[in-house]
Design a protein around this ligand. Structure first.
Ligand code: NAD
Length: 249
């Protein structure tokens, strides 16, 4: 694929959850744009399977858990020492568990909030400090349409996504004018996460209720991330952008 955003060439980007789905598609997109990609995931096997055939010197896999604040700080310390800083961060890693509210245990709640809310905080805060000191940067946070409208059987997930949308908005206020922070809110994207939770019949039923009549391809979400990271989005900060085939319309 040809590069669409020439200003991303040579930029340093960290992507969490880069071993699968939207994160992997976004890592590929930024490689195509000529960026240096730090592809972070807690699952070493997913990372090596996604990137095994790639003799790509601009791809740096990192095995790390976003819920571990000290480990995330250490990742950024290493990047800053070896590469002089970070230009773009995509806080994408997330999990979801389908369960009814009445069955939800404190452990379930804790697990989802730990990765999807606290994990995003641990991902973006060390980056924000580096970018603030450097005087530039772009942070993109993975929200969801679940953070805009509640979806049944995903109460913990809905809360985590509403939380990160407000984190993006709060950070945008305090980091302006040099660092831009935006959230994106996909609807239904065909990824391993989605396939694990939905039967083929459920996937078809979802497609029928989406105005565009289908799930998103992960590459379509990656294209929005690349746009937000680029100078084309220079006046966008504090937004949360649905990319949902019209679902929330
Ligand atoms: P996925 O399961 O395919 O990929 C998620 C990746 O995150 C996996 O590789 C996993 O190992 C990694 N991860 C999980 N916990 C981690 C941790 N603690 N530390 C580091 N990495 C961790 O899922 P996906 O569908 O690509 O989802 C990516 C993001 O997009 C998630 O935040 C999800 O909530 C969000 N999202 C997905 C959809 C969808 O329909 N698929 C819709 C809206 C939002």
């Amino acid at each position: 694929m040809t590069a669409r955003h020439p200003d991303l060439s040579g930029k340093k980007i960290l992507i969490t959850g880069a071993g699968s789905g939207i994160g992997a598609a976004t890592a590929q997109r930024f490689l195509d744009e000529g960026a240096l990609v730090f592809a972070l995931d807690v699952n070493a096997q997913a990372l090596s399977e996604s990137w095994q055939d790639l003799s790509e010197s601009r791809l740096r896999p990192i095995v790390c858990d976003v819920t571990d604040h000290d480990a995330m700080v250490s990742v950024y310390d290493t990047i800053a020492r070896d590469h002089g800083g970070i230009d773009v961060v995509f806080a994408n890693a997330g999990i979801s568990i389908r369960h009814s509210l009445l069955d939800m245990s404190p452990k379930d709640w804790q697990q989802v909030i730990d990765v999807n809310l606290h994990g995003v905080f641990h991902t973006v805060m060390p980056a924000a400090r580096l970018m603030h000191a450097a005087g530039s940067g772009s942070i993109i946070i993975m929200g969801s349409t679940n953070g805009m409208n509640a979806h049944r059987y995903y109460a913990d997930y809905n809360v985590s996504k509403a939380g990160v949308i407000m984190l993006a908005r709060s950070m945008a206020l305090e980091l302006a004018p040099f660092v831009r922070v935006n959230a994106i809110c996909p609807g239904y994207v065909l990824t391993p996460m989605q396939k694990a939770e939905y039967t083929p019949d459920m996937l078809r039923a979802v497609d029928e209720k989406i105005p565009l009549g289908r799930h998103a391809d992960p590459a379509e979400v990656a294209a929005l991330v690349a746009f937000l990271a680029s100078s084309e989005a220079s006046y966008l900060t504090g937004t949360h952008i649905p990319i949902d085939g019209g679902e929330t319309a």
